[in-house]
Design a protein around this ligand. Structure first.
Ligand code: SF4
Ligand code: SF4
Ligand code: FES
Length: 249
């Protein structure tokens, strides 16, 4: 019996201004192989299927267990995490492309800093006054903890933004991940100190009203975060605050 192999078709681009092109690679199959382990093998021996020497494919990865969020790419047309993408589950050749809505760095690596800028804009943190011992914080009920916990699973992979029809330059939409983090930090008893500022940051251009509720985000999220529930809940709070502000004037 012929030895089993795995084939990849990878979109290459040396820098943001270079022309992109495709290269094919063929690797011996190994049980449990995933896309990142295949990319590591290609890096160790960067030779195309036709036997031509090439450069190692650039990609981001770190944790290799779907926690750091860095390895998001488009695999056979769908945004997902490469470290948990078992080759057994894909039709071959397995096509690898960079996320399309983020500035390209090289090959499969993109610059996802827009998400981190958005998180800064909505103050996605719990404010504490210094690093000294502040004593125990306010208690959260079990129900509050259970509602917050799934939201804390966000790995900042940006898959939800990649598939969102509203996440583009013309809207400047912040995207579902940022909105869901607003829900998370506003639901925290100490984090709620910044609730008004977070909701205010989601008003106006690029804010929550840009969402068309197409629900692509919730379907693609690798952590199954209830994104549309977050959007509905935060949307209601933004609206309430906006109307309240209007009457206060
Ligand atoms: S519901 Fe649709 S428009 Fe709104 S964030 Fe999700 S994918 Fe984007
Ligand atoms: S909400 Fe889900 S898809 Fe979006 S960045 Fe977080 S983990 Fe990724
Ligand atoms: S390498 Fe960390 S999520 Fe894939």
């Amino acid at each position: 019996m012929a030895n089993k192999s795995v084939t990849f078709k990878i979109k290459r681009q040396a820098n943001p201004n270079a022309q992109s092109h495709w290269e094919e690679f063929e690797l011996p199959y190994k049980p449990g192989m995933n896309v990142i382990s295949a990319l590591m093998e290609i890096a160790a021996n960067p030779v195309t299927r036709e036997g031509k020497a090439t450069t190692p494919v650039t990609y981001d990865s770190n944790c290799l267990e779907e926690i750091c969020g860095s390895c998001a790419m488009v695999i056979n047309g769908k945004a997902r995490m490469a470290c948990s993408a078992l080759v057994d589950n894909f039709e071959q050749p397995i096509r690898l492309e960079p996320l399309s809505k983020f500035p390209l760095v090289r090959d499969l690596a993109v610059d996802r800093s827009v998400l981190f800028e958005n998180l800064k804009a909505v103050k996605a943190w719990v404010p504490i006054d210094g690093t000294y011992d502040l004593g125990s914080g306010p208690r959260m009920t079990m129900e509050e903890q259970e509602a917050a916990y799934p939201l804390s699973h966000c790995i900042s992979c940006c898959c939800c933004m990649e598939v969102c029809p509203q996440f583009n330059e013309s809207t400047g939409f912040v995207g579902a991940a940022t909105i869901s983090q607003v829900r998370l930090f506003n639901s925290h008893p100490t984090g709620a100190a910044l609730k008004r500022e977070r909701l205010a940051a989601l008003m106006g251009d690029g804010g929550i009203q840009e969402c068309g509720y197409a629900q692509n985000c919730v379907e693609i999220c690798p952590k199954e975060i209830p994104l549309t529930r977050s959007i509905s809940q935060v949307g209601g709070e933004v609206m309430k605050q906006a109307v309240g502000d209007l009457f206060r004037k």
